[in-house]
Design a protein around this ligand. Sequence first.
Ligand SMILES: *Cc1c(COP(=O)(O)O)cnc(C)c1O
Length: 368
Amino acid sequence: MAFALNLYPVTYIARYNPETTKWDEEWFQVDSVTYDELMAMGEDERKAVLDKRNQMGIPTVSYTSQYAYGCFEGMKGFPTKDGGVAIFRPEENGKRFNNSMKGLYCPAFPVEQFVAASVEFVKRNAALGYVPKYNADWEKTGYADADSIYMRPFMNSEGAIGVGCSRQPYVVICATTVSAYFKKGLDGAVITNRIRATPNGTGYIKCASNYVISAIAKHEAEVKGFVECVYLDAVEHKYFQEGSSCNVFFVLKDGTLVTPELGDTILPGITRKSVIALAKECGMNVEERKVSLAEVQKNAVEFFVTGTAAGISPMTSLTDLDGKKVDFKDGTQEGTVAYKLQRLLKGRQYGLLEDPNNWNTVVIPGKN
Ligand SMILES: *Cc1c(COP(=O)(O)O)cnc(C)c1O
């Protein structure tokens, strides 16, 4: 299980008020229990936990629960080497969240409110002890097993049953602890014949409905023994789009780093944007353009996927629909581009390295 549902106790909720056109904010504190713990409880105890959660007023039947009409963000808070806590580029998540809301014809959620609520969210949970502590041992493995706070801001519609757009949405921020993103024991990526996003569709926003197809395609890949599925474009089925919920990068024989250009079928990843910036800082040649399967099979030496949850995850191989498999360099090894970029990105996130671009929003200042 990649994400155990063990919510942090403090949850933020903002309700849109169409009369004032403002978002009314509230904070809730609920018991942090896992699903298994909840099920193991006696009836009275379980009811008490659920009653508290229900006070948040999220409706059972809504555009979100019925039609996957909703959007979300994935964002991380990192314990830093100086003993503090920082959120990585929250204003970027705020902008993308706003764009998703716009794409769904929802009232805008101000970026400043998003960032302020995220900062306050981490502070309130930290005050209750829900904050990972920096561990210098993480440095030895390049933060491969390091802890962080995984935040999930999301939108849920008001109670509704007919197909429609939300007029009074809720914005919730909650968080969970995270462990490994990819299943252990599986290996390599496989091309899926499924279509994630079509032109004029919703692939460019982080909306809930997009992930139904990803759940199906990733399941199909895992059943075949692969750790990840990769989508090609909807029209020609020739050019790379993304992984199940990550962007894709390839290193070509001449050292060029290529990634599919953004458009209305690709989610603009913040890790993607950061990786491009870091690679350019290192003097690498970076190209955002169409990348075909044929080109990669012939000319790529490394393949990795990027995302907030996945970080920079190297893929060992790629298998196409005809079963043709190409192997790539092991990107967890020193000397590869994936290794180098991963160390740089994590080093900045965990405050081991300087943060020259001011990507970290400090929530709790460090002491040393
Ligand atoms: C969230 C997501 C990504 C990665 O975005 P980050 O901002 O890097 O976390 C990439 N592709 C899809 C489809 C996603 O949902």
